[in-house]
Design a protein around this ligand. Structure first.
Ligand code: KG4
Ligand code: ZN
Length: 368
């Protein structure tokens, strides 16, 4: 199945062209083209994503990327061979979602006369993250460690800027939500704490970088809900503890002057300790709940995905804990953790195999 996928749910404009095969038993993806145009530099000036700016940039970038997808020399793919066009329909920023959807509809309208079997489908962005673990560095091969018969039940942890969700998966297509965040998503907490420390958006990679220079045991930040029996999360209290810690320990000696703060930042070991201690508190909660679920449901695999899955400390610790349980550990290659269109194509493939076609209209609050 040849799939053209479009992703515009937040601040990355992405288009990918894939060949998918193998069916539900051994899905594999041959990535023909994968282009992501990031808008972070624009949103960074505002400290976070501005929906209408995102929409404007998507409208500007989509035709340029689409042209690039097909123009590169030696590229033998014929548009008339395309089977499916898909676009993210949610969750995400509504104006941003609409630009991708309208663009997909237009391409579909243009190509349909030459290609009567062409399909247009909507994709749930979160399903894209779930299936991103099927993607491999080398294209065209099935995820070699992924053997359906040995992988389920599995526990999947999806951690992004908008979501923190724990799932029990009985198969690639059947799951039950065990819990989710009751307030901030973990990626959102990374972004907000980064802002408090004068770091730029997106905060996750910045916190990770600074944390390497700090002591994760320096400050005992709370691990919200870690001992509660449910599988829900909460990160708002942790974020507020960091805010109070900064207020109580830094404001008196003028460290809060923004100019001084940013200038001194790299050399300020207290800031590095705050970043490291915050990061560890967040990771401890994520790992504790995931591992408890894995034990309760006798999981054969643990899957990690979403933008925060790019955090190497989280990957390393969850992998080690999974192996202690003799469970497989799956996480996408680094380039497929944060938003991309390849994972959207992968989800479209799985949904087409299940004949589950989602309607193509924006659903900002779509969930799993
Ligand atoms: O999945 P994603 O690209 O977009 C959403 O669907 O939300 O995730 C973006 C989130 C941001 O909050 C960003 O700060 C976080 O992922 N993130 C990280 C890292 N890289 C990205 N968080 C922690 N450590 C990282 N290395
Ligand atoms: Zn995402």
């Amino acid at each position: 199945m040849k799939i053209l996928a479009i992703e515009t749910s937040c601040d990355e404009t992405a288009i990918a062209l894939l060949e998918a095969s193998g069916g539900l038993r051994a899905p594999k993806f041959n990535i023909l083209k994968n282009i992501i145009s990031s808008q972070v530099k624009i949103h960074r000036l505002w400290g976070g994503v501005v929906p209408n700016l995102a929409k404007r940039e998507h409208s500007k970038n989509l035709p340029i990327i689409y042209q690039k997808i097909f123009e590169i020399s030696n590229f033998k793919f014929q548009i008339s061979n395309l089977d499916t066009i898909c676009a993210t329909v949610g969750p995400g920023l509504e104006p941003a979602l609409w630009t991708g959807i309208e663009f997909a509809k237009q391409i579909y309208k243009d190509l349909k006369p030459q290609n009567p079997n062409l399909k247009l489908v909507g994709v749930n962005h979160l399903e894209g993250h779930i299936y991103s673990f099927l993607l491999t560095q080398k294209t065209g091969i099935s995820n070699y460690k992924f053997l359906i018969s040995k992988s389920f039940p599995a526990i999947a942890l999806i951690v992004s800027g908008g979501h923190t969700i724990l799932l029990k998966m009985d198969s690639l297509t059947k799951w039950k939500k065990l819990g989710e965040t009751r307030d901030d998503a973990v990626g959102e907490a990374f972004d907000k704490v980064a802002k408090m420390l004068g770091l730029q958006y997106p905060g996750g990679p910045e916190i990770e970088k600074l944390a390497k220079k700090g002591n994760q045991n320096a400050i005992n930040f709370p691990r919200p809900m870690i001992n509660q029996k449910n599988y829900d999360f909460s990160f708002s209290g942790l974020k507020t503890s960091v805010l109070y810690y900064i207020r109580d320990n830094l404001s008196t000696n003028n460290e809060f002057n923004t100019n001084i703060r940013i200038g001194k930042f790299e050399t300020n070991s207290l800031f590095a300790d705050i970043a490291a201690s915050f990061q560890q508190a967040a990771i401890d909660v994520l790992i504790s709940k995931t591992i408890r679920a894995a034990k309760e449901f006798k999981a054969k695999s643990i899957m990690l995905s979403g933008g925060v899955a790019a955090n190497k400390q989280l990957r390393k610790m969850l992998k080690a804990k999974s192996y202690q349980l003799k469970a497989n550990f799956f996480a996408p290659p680094m380039q497929f953790n944060t938003d991309n269109a390849v994972m959207i194509a992968a989800a479209a493939y799985i949904n087409c195999l299940r004949k589950k076609n989602r309607k193509i209209s924006a659903q900002a609050n779509l969930n799993l």
